[in-house]
Every structure is written in structure tokens, then in C-alpha cells.
Design a protein around this ligand. Structure first.
Ligand code: AMP
Length: 247
């Protein structure tokens, strides 16, 4: 590396000190990735990038990507890597990602994970991954009870976090909606997809020493505290490892 390039590299790292950098939230459908991502967003002011939300937006607006993704999503299967990677690449070009971002629901395959590692390169902080773990039966209850407000995005659950007025948002009174893939049948397929394609992503980051799992079967605030502590430990150790490699 030439001196000029090395200097830029160090400068980029210095300016990122104390910033969250790229954080991946992993976990099966219904573990609460979206809810926890919002907690992290509130704490750090970095954006949440949910590939599920971006794909639903494209589907609902009938874009070329949305038309390709529609059937696959309805069946609980995964949208092809190249389409999702391209969508994420576009999103990461936005200036609001400069200090970091929370990727929610991405990467979901080993191919996506390897693409991400290469795409973000050495100029940013290393990717760290936190998975939220919840048992199968609890997930099924969460998924089938999940409702959200289409206007403000608040998430409810009719079993254990119901709105004050049946099926209406507490904040703005908008009728709540249920995601079309939140049925028991599609859930089972999404779990099969998770076990076969996403579990290897966990192993990938575990092998790199950039992974922790948090027990998701607790109150939202307790999970949030666990996620934050895991992020702090991982960020600390990944920075130290990097300094060791560079020094
Ligand atoms: P989610 O809201 O994260 O549960 O995503 C809903 C659906 O969008 C999934 O069941 C997939 O069909 C699709 N999807 C979301 N993220 C990805 C991804 N990273 N790779 C492929 N498909 C995805």
C-alpha cells in the first residue's frame, strides 16, 4: 500500500471511532429483529435497512424488482441474491449510512454475506453480527399474532401486546394490518428456508469472531440491553483485532 493510500485508510478509521459501523441483526422470522433495530436506531441515529421492508415497498409499488420478488415472498422463499444485493448496494450509497447502519434481515444466505464483506471493503468498520434466539413455538405465536400500523409502523401482537382498541393503532387510530406471509403455513416454509440458508450465515460470522447470540425470549427492553451489550463487546474486540492486524 502506498503511503498516500495508507494515510487515507487511517484517516477513515480515525473518523469512525465511537461510531456504530455496520451491524447485522440476524435471527429467524418473528424473533423481533425489526423491533430491536428500531431501539438501536433511536440510540445511535443511524438508519435501519430492512430488506424485507424494501422488498415489500417494491412489491406494493409494482416496480420491476417488486414484480420479480412477489411470488417468491408469498411462498416464504428467498429472493435471488443478485437482486437483493443490488438493492442493498443502492441503499448503502445514501449519505445517511456514513456512520453506520443496522441491517435487518440481510444477509440471509452465505452468498449475500460474502458479497457484503467484499462490498463494504476495508474502509469502514468491520461488520458485526448479533442474532436473536427464540424457540419455535413462541415464534409461531408471535408470527400469527403480529399486526402493524401501515401509517406509522408501530408493531403489535394480539396475544401479548394488543392495541387498546381492537385492531386499531394506539397512536393514530389507523386499522392494523397483518402481513400476507404471517400465516402458519408460510411461517413453516420460512423456518425451513432459515435453517437451510440462513443458519450458515451465523456460522460464517461466528468463525470470524464477530458474532454473538442474545436470548430473545425476554421483555423487549431486556433484549435491547442484551443486544447493546453484545454490540459494544463485538465492536471493541473487532477494533482491537483490526489494530493488531494493522500494527
Ligand atoms: P422479512 O420481513 O425480513 O421477514 O422478509 C420478508 C420476505 O422478503 C422473506 O420471506 C423473503 O421472501 C424476502 N427477503 C427479505 N430479505 C431477504 C434477503 N436478504 N434475501 C432474500 N430474500 C429476502
Amino acid at each position: 500500500m502506498s503511503t498516500a493510500v495508507a494515510d487515507v485508510h487511517v484517516e477513515a478509521k480515525e473518523s469512525l471511532k465511537g461510531k456504530p459501523g455496520p451491524i447485522l441483526l440476524l435471527g429467524a422470522p418473528g424473533v423481533g429483529k425489526g423491533t430491536q433495530a428500531k431501539e438501536l436506531v433511536a440510540k445511535w441515529g443511524v438508519p435501519q435497512i430492512s430488506t424485507g421492508d424494501l422488498l415489500r415497498y417494491n412489491r406494493d409499488h409494482g416496480t420491476p424488482l417488486g414484480l420479480k420478488a412477489k411470488e417468491v415472498m408469498a411462498a416464504g422463499k428467498l429472493v435471488p441474491d443478485d437482486l437483493v444485493n443490488e438493492m442493498v448496494a443502492e441503499r448503502l450509497k445514501q449519505p445517511d449510512t456514513a456512520n453506520g447502519y443496522i441491517l435487518d434481515g440481510f444477509p440471509r444466505t452465505l452468498g449475500q454475506a460474502k458479497w457484503l464483506d467484499e462490498h463494504i471493503g476495508a474502509e469502514t468498520l468491520p461488520v458485526i453480527a448479533v442474532s436473536i434466539g427464540v424457540g419455535y413455538n413462541e415464534l409461531l405465536r408471535r408470527i400469527t399474532g403480529r399486526r402493524s400500523c401501515p401509517k406509522c409502523g408501530t408493531i403489535y401482537n394480539i396475544h401479548f401486546q394488543p392495541p387498546k382498541v381492537d385492531e386499531k393503532c394506539d397512536l393514530d387510530g389507523t386499522p392494523l394490518v397483518r402481513r400476507s406471509d404471517d400465516t402458519e403455513e408460510v411461517f413453516r416454509e420460512r423456518m425451513r428456508t432459515y435453517d437451510s440458508q440462513t443458519a450458515p450465515v451465523v456460522e460464517h460470522y461466528r468463525a470470524l469472531g464477530r458474532f454473538e447470540e442474545v436470548n430473545g425470549d425476554q421483555a423487549v427492553s431486556a433484549v435491547a440491553a442484551g443486544v447493546e451489550a453484545a454490540v459494544a463487546r463485538l465492536r471493541n474486540s473487532s477494533t482491537k483485532n483490526q489494530q493488531r492486524r494493522e500494527g
